[in-house]
Design a protein around this ligand. Sequence first.
Ligand code: IPE
Ligand code: IPE
Ligand code: MG
Length: 231
Amino acid sequence: MPETNNSLPMHIAVIMDGNGRWAAARSLPRSAGHREGAKAVRRTLEAARDMGIKYLTLYAFSTENWTRPQEEIHTLMQLLERTLDEYQKSAQKEDYRILISGERSRLPAGTLAKMDALVRSTAQNKGLTVNLALNYGARQEITRAVNQILKEGLAEVTPQDIARRLYQPEIPDPELIIRTSGEERLSNFLLWQAAYSEFYFTPVLWPDFNKEELQKAVDAYRARKRRFGGI
Ligand code: IPE
Ligand code: IPE
Ligand code: MG
């Protein structure tokens, strides 16, 4: 009897890596790679929605990315604000529900206001849920949950107690995590939620990512055999 394939993943998480190398290969400044990366984000949202994916988490800025040169951080924050403005206009039509995961500290007040407005105005949308990981670190996320538990005075914790206090407790764990640019590591992304995720690594640089590449990742996922510790 043929093996049955996995069904379509509900939740895909993406480590969007390789903007800098994409630019360097063209003798362009890193900022050009980030701009091109923002276009790849737009393409990927459309492709994921059209495929019927329910949740898409995108790693946009890590808690460790603050160690980059001030100028690059500035470019990334500017690009982020512009993207938020753009989605404020298009998210309703596209039926995207936007969520944001990460620490609010260190983000500029203007950016926070735009983030909050976008989350609020798309809360009722029923299409693709886009979870933007921004100033995100998984160790920080887990530590925050534990501190919340301590404040609440629980004497003993279960895995469910921790899971319920992560940034997005209602989103299922990602079945599939994609990382572009040939790097094969998590870089402090979804350490808790990735316990049983399937990983897909591709040498494609993030600015070159598109619908076909997403389809390849999903096809690879569907052919995997998931066992969850069983036989
Ligand atoms: C990913 O591209 C974008 C962010 C991490 C913000 P990089 O900027 O890490 O690109 P590389 O890894 O230097 O090529
Ligand atoms: C991971 O990429 C973070 C994001 C994609 C936002 P990095 O480029 O920061 O990761 P490392 O430094 O190569 O591990
Ligand atoms: Mg990188």
